[in-house]
Design a protein around this ligand. Structure first.
Ligand code: FAD
Length: 547
């Protein structure tokens, strides 16, 4: 039985409703999925439901870095930096094809955030906690070395710089691979299934009332323990449980914009000062460079968080300030996204100053809520939550689960022993593509996105008697539906392939093929097809237009 396939939804619902789980998780972002993998790999019976697509919340809207958060050093959040700093290397080791080492340039500017001494010390500490060694260790640069390293930088205010090691990833792909690894360990998960109510017995939480949104069907999941890992929605679920008191969430919006690489052709990623004293990233990624992020208080609806024109202008101004020769304009922006940071509220502090530390709240009914944290720390957050569940479980049922194993479980798409192995595999895929489909330069994309699963996509391509790029898309759509639970074309464009953000111009030529394949595999009638076409058009508009 392939429980990674969207065609198996009825079987998945059947499995969710006909047993009592050790742990039921609400929320299929990186936090919930990390908990599912940790718990399932320790032998717990695990269920997970997600109201949208997996990673459709904050976990596809981040800066896509596996990083320790250098700026938290400035706020003396040493604990956060130490924990996530160490974790960078662990997550890289679990999926080196997907969590890729990246050199980051930090230019020092007159009256900027960091002085030379503080930067040198900060980067040294940053390397030390993460065990960074050898050629990857931080290097301080003179003014000449800095501007040589990045010729687009303005020379009048740059005084020097530092280069240090980080990792870049694709947050949604990371979440999907964590999901698939959890499924390999027996977890059962369903997207487009919303928790609408709780069931109690003598005040203790015993079950989730869910709605399967695509089948419009209500069902119930019974579990001994329930975790609320709903990111920005955590307080909504706490309210539903009548337990929203004491600490609560503070939501901060972060916007990113994507421009063609030719318009901001940086030689490496840059973490730089903005005129208003903040810092933002500019990160080259294949045919694009993306820039972000903003950090502003947010009180609007949690779904479809809007990108405002002023957010876009802020980021364009920041780039044009430090890289004056590029003069980016609104028309250069190909794509955008906006995400919400679920921070724990701290009175009197601005969003940028609030801690990124995670916290666990347990309600009287037994609802375990986890909030805050970072993509980078997902594995440690999961360990904390599952340790807690295992401890109470042992007390209550006298059953002991093993300790956390996830530091040694390679994610689906691997295993790869090292970056060198990834490079060799990419060359192999490149060779095969050149032989079978001359001119199709998608090897790096395929390996970064799918790791060794690129093999299945290449094999499937042979079945499509169309031009190579179309065959690739058809094979990817097949893979997304049958092995990654994609239910709608938006799932494919956004969270399976990333084309919505990083290859928007390619979408026009493949839109009808993708719609036709979804209609074919999922047996859509004409009405459903037109509805889904309209939904996609709305999504494209939201991603590319701002007011
Ligand atoms: P989410 O991903 O939001 O997942 C919660 C899920 O719960 C959602 O998918 C939602 O649909 C679901 N849900 C809600 N209600 C229900 C319900 N009733 N029933 C079922 N499901 C429900 N971290 C880093 O380490 N590196 C970075 O570079 C980085 N950059 C960031 C940049 C920005 C702009 C932002 C906003 C955050 C960034 N972060 C970064 C932080 C990181 O992205 C988040 O900490 C992380 O993604 C949160 O994941 P989550 O699973 O807790 O929440």
């Amino acid at each position: 039985m392939n429980l990674c396939s969207s065609l198996e939804r009825p079987t998945i619902i059947d499995q969710l409703t006909t047993q009592t789980f050790d742990l039921a998780i609400i929320g299929g972002g990186i936090t919930g999925l990390g908990i599912a993998l940790d718990a399932a790999s320790r032998g717990m019976k695990v269920a997970l439901v997600e109201k949208g697509d997996f990673a459709s919340g904050t976990s596809s809207k981040s800066t896509k870095l596996i990083h320790g958060g250098l700026r938290y050093l400035k706020q003396f959040q040493i604990g956060v930096v130490r924990e996530v700093g160490k974790e960078r290397a662990v997550v890289h080791h679990l999926a080196p094809h997907l969590v890729v080492s990246e050199k980051m340039l930090l230019p020092l500017v007159k009256n900027g955030t960091y002085g030379e001494w503080a930067t040198s010390l900060g980067l040294w500490f940053y390397d030390m906690v993460a065990g960074v060694d050898g050629p990857d260790k931080r290097k301080m640069l003179s003014k000449e070395e800095t501007t040589k390293s990045e010729p687009l930088l303005r020379t009048d205010i740059v005084t020097g710089g530092g280069i240090y090691a980080e990792y870049r990833t694709d947050d949604a792909r990371l979440s999907i691979e964590v999901l698939k690894t959890a499924l390999q360990y027996g977890a059962i998960a369903l997207n487009y299934a919303e928790v609408i109510d709780f069931e109690y017995d003598k005040g203790a939480l015993t079950a989730l009332h869910c709605k399967g949104l695509s089948e419009n069907k209500d069902f119930e999941i019974k579990a001994h323990f329930i975790v609320n890992a709903t990111g920005p929605w955590v307080d909504k679920l706490r309210k539903l449980d009548n337990s929203l008191k004491g600490k609560h969430l503070f939501l901060s919006k972060g916007v990113h914009i994507v421009v063609p690489y030719d318009r901001l052709p940086l030689r490496q990623s840059v973490y730089f000062d903005t005129p208003d004293g903040r810092m933002v990233f500019a990160i080259p990624r294949m045919r694009t460079t993306y820039i972000g992020t903003t950090d502003t208080p947010y009180q609007g609806p949690l779904e479809n968080v809007p990108v405002d024109k002023k957010d876009v202008l802020y980021l364009l101004d920041a780039v044009n300030f430090l890289f004056p020769s590029v003069q980016l304009k609104l028309e250069d922006v190909e794509s955008t996204w906006a995400g919400l940071r679920p921070l724990i509220h701290e009175g009197g502090k601005s969003p940028s100053e609030m801690s990124r530390k995670d916290e666990i709240f347990i309600s009287e009914s037994g609802l375990i809520s986890i909030a805050g944290g970072k993509l980078t720390g997902y594995r440690k957050m999961a360990e904390k939550v599952v340790n807690l569940v295992a401890k109470i479980y042992e007390r209550k049922f006298e059953i002991k689960f093993s300790s956390c194993k996830t530091a040694d479980i390679p994610l689906s798409g691997g295993p790869f022993g090292s970056q060198k192995e990834v490079d060799a595999y990419t060359r192999e895929i490149e060779h095969r593509l050149t032989e079978q489909y001359p001119g199709l330069e998608e090897a790096t994309y395929l390996v970064c996105n799918y790791g060794k699963q690129a093999e299945m996509i290449l094999e499937k391509m042979k079945e499509f008697n169309t031009e190579p790029f179309q065959a690739l898309i058809c094979a990817e759509v097949w893979f997304a539906i049958f092995f990654e639970m994609a239910l709608y074309p938006a799932d494919f464009f956004s969270r399976r392939s990333g084309r919505l953000f990083f290859n928007f111009p390619s979408i026009g030529s493949i839109l009808e093929i993708v719609l036709a394949d979804f209609a074919h595999y999922l047996d859509w009638d004409e009405t459903t097809l037109s509805k889904e076409r309209a939904a996609l058009e709305r999504l494209f508009l939201e991603t590319t237009h701002f007011v």
